[in-house]
Ligand binder design. Sequence first.
Ligand code: MN
Length: 255
Amino acid sequence: MAVKQTAGRDALGEFASKFAELNDDVLFGQVWSREDKLSLRDRSIVTVVALMAQGLTDSSFQYHLQSAKNNGVTKAEIAEILTHAAFYAGWPKAWAAFRMAKEVWAEDDVADDAKAAHESRMVFPIGAPNDAFAKYFIGQSYLAPVSTAQVGIYNVTFEPGCRNNWHIHHAQSGGGQILICVAGRGFYQEAGKPAQALHPGDVVNIPVGVKHWHGAAPDSWFSHLAVEVPGTETANEWLEAVNDAEYAKATTEEV
Ligand code: MN
């Protein structure tokens, strides 16, 4: 797909129409658009390093840093890219580039800080992105195994607004789940009942066969230990997502 660019015509269309055309239609419309040859993310990295190497830390550099971020370059990656390039392009040029990159990735600081602050308020780690179960969640969740022997215990962390789908814990005998809230603010809801607000120290006993969901409040990170109660023929049945309307209703009618 062609990258749409109008900066050339916007800035120089009257003054230098050919330059504007080459900028918008050839450089961006053709070269940048060859995504089957090199991704936009990789092209952004090449461009940022090339501009930095010339000491061109002007508004076009800022534009390309923002594009790099939009194309998926993370804060940690841009820091690594500029550090690496500093040895080849020059230390003062890296300094100048870092000043601008810090502004572009500033919003990420806020999100990272909120996550770090949440983690600092509990003794268990947040752990890794919960990729294996992501399809049963709305929003980003994280999983840290606390115990994988005898009784399975996992610290589950939900970003603000994140919740798991409606689900049922099944077992022939025993089974079910216990939630022990460790940090932040969240919710637990059984089908047909009002949602229950959860705070650190709260414990929820979830019997087998009960349809329910659990997750974070809209404006707070939340972590609970999930204890797998031992039983025979235990299985989780994942059902439909808790849609935005259901979630909004549940989290505003807290009891
Ligand atoms: Mn559950």
